[in-house]
Design a protein around this ligand. Sequence first.
Ligand SMILES: Cc1cc2nc3c(=O)[nH]c(=O)nc-3n(C[C@H](O)[C@H](O)[C@H](O)COP(=O)(O)OP(=O)(O)OC[C@H]3O[C@@H](n4cnc5c(N)ncnc54)[C@H](O)[C@@H]3O)c2cc1C
Length: 361
Amino acid sequence: MNLAVVGGGVNGVMIAWTLAKRGHAVTLFERDTLMGATSRASSKLLHGGVRYLENGEFGLVKKALADRAWWLAHAPDAALAHPLPIVWPIYKGARRGRWLMKAGFVLYDLLAGSANLGRHRWLDRRSLAESGDGLKPEGLAGGYRYVDGQMDDYRLGLWAADEARQAGVTLRERAAVTRVGADGTVVVDGETLCFDAVVNAAGPWAETLLKDSGLSANVALDTVRGSHLVLDRSLSQGYLFEVPHERRVVFVLPYQGRTLIGTTELRQSPLDPVECSAAEEEYLLALYNHYFVAPAGPADVAARFAGIRPLIRSAADPNRERRDYQFTTHGRLLTVFGGKWTTAPSLAREAAGLAERACAP
Ligand SMILES: Cc1cc2nc3c(=O)[nH]c(=O)nc-3n(C[C@H](O)[C@H](O)[C@H](O)COP(=O)(O)OP(=O)(O)OC[C@H]3O[C@@H](n4cnc5c(N)ncnc54)[C@H](O)[C@@H]3O)c2cc1C
């Protein structure tokens, strides 16, 4: 079959690669450059998402843990994906107590099954002090250490794109699709091209493309910006901190010799510029300074970046919204809603099966 994929983020790339491996002729259209949008602005974690357990997303966590293993097994070198120890420190008065956390980590280990990267364990405050990372000791009871995956999202995504190219996918960058049709048509640069089926994997812009094409869906996206800061400081391991007086958590992670802090959650239109605001920078620095002895200020920020999560609209609070993905079909057109970076392999397999069914006359 002759198929088109719209969107060159991790989901579009993985769908195109999967379809090509299944013997189809595939053309991928990316309006800008491959892996240039959300997929290079992530927290760089290949993870099951331990915190999604408290939202009851057990199925998603299990799937993501299996996908985490897939990426770690297939990434061509450790610079692109490797295991990362992360500590969730517990301070006096924490919203989530030690035994609740214990239950969560036991479940996380169980859901990982044979793909577990290392069972969780409790570290007392002395062991945490020995890390040398400079956590504030006042009120620190200890913390749970667990292991997830870390990636270079941009380079790992480009590796997958290269694999897709070698499998026969035609990758067309700077090719904005202005319209898709239920009849398998794609309009690019004013030219209408016909395919047996089309997959709209435009991430946060998938719903906009549908609307611009005069199509509606019974799934809606909530587009939620998340920003990160990079500090010119090293760190021995990752940390996951509760944001004081909020349900949210924020990661502070070692990344390529520096420290990555993120993220925030602010609803925004996908049509507005995606940038880290001054208020977000202040918020993330305040979180860092709440937990670390050596304070950081604006002068310590080496870089900042932002992306928009394509979340399925499902709750009033973006923090509680589902992180899973869903598909809609209009004739020969399949649209992807949502999807984490980590779950791109599972998403691609399901999308490929649905796209093949959409080809059937
Ligand atoms: C702050 C933040 C942190 C995150 N952290 C993690 C994490 O640590 N781990 C994890 O697993 N997930 C994480 N995620 C989620 C993950 O990054 C995204 O869900 C994933 O990257 C989405 O990929 P995508 O391919 O669907 O979208 P995108 O990467 O945005 O790709 C869509 C592409 O479609 C293109 N496009 C749009 N419209 C058109 C058009 N009309 N024609 C042609 N091309 C078009 C865009 O240019 C873009 O390149 C995070 C997300 C954010 C925002």
